[in-house]
Design a protein around this ligand. Structure first.
Ligand code: FES
Length: 167
């Protein structure tokens, strides 16, 4: 059995992605280049759809830091995905303010109408629901984020309309 060598970041990313990664690295002194780990992992996720172990290892090698540093970042921040997701990833905040303002009803709506619980993707691959911690928009609770846009002061009807628009 032949083992294939793990891919480097140069093999995983497009030339545009590599250029963007290089720009981020240049923002920091050489001995602190691991500080670019979040933006570079964001670039990887945007290109690959989610972070595989191979891609996290490649980022760590690229930044000359331990692989565990990449795993820690990927598992700590809710914007990173460790498995394939739907076309639209919906991050629903269920932290205290949003919970008190009705995020539970919205979560239930996703279950009833789209058949997905947090962590699941619709069978057509269109929507993935994620349950996330406070996204610093408590004044607009309950809220969710999709496609880098916050939607606040939600009701079940507003969510139904939003999802209908995305379909
Ligand atoms: S609790 Fe939901 S945004 Fe803060």
């Amino acid at each position: 059995m032949t083992e294939t060598a793990p891919k480097t970041l140069e093999k995983l990313l497009s030339s545009k992605g590599l250029e963007q990664a290089a720009v981020w690295v240049k923002k920091y002194p050489e001995e602190r280049k691991r500080a670019a780990i979040i933006p570079i992992m964001t670039i990887v996720q945007e290109e690959l759809g989610y972070l595989t172990q191979e891609s996290m290892d490649a980022v760590a090698d690229y930044l000359s830091c331990p692989k565990i540093a990449a795993y820690e970042v990927a598992s700590f921040y809710s914007m990173f995905r460790l498995k394939e997701a739907g076309k639209y990833v919906i991050s629903l905040c269920t932290n205290v303010s949003c919970m008190l303002a009705g995020s539970g009803d919205i979560k239930q709506w996703f279950q009833d109408e789209l058949g997905i619980a947090p962590g699941e993707t619709t069978s057509d691959g269109k929507f993935t629901l994620k349950e996330v911690e406070c996204m610093a928009a408590c004044g607009g609770a309950p809220m969710l984020e999709v496609d880098k846009q916050y939607h606040e002061n939600l009701t079940v009807d507003k969510v139904a309309h939003l999802i209908h628009e995305l379909k």
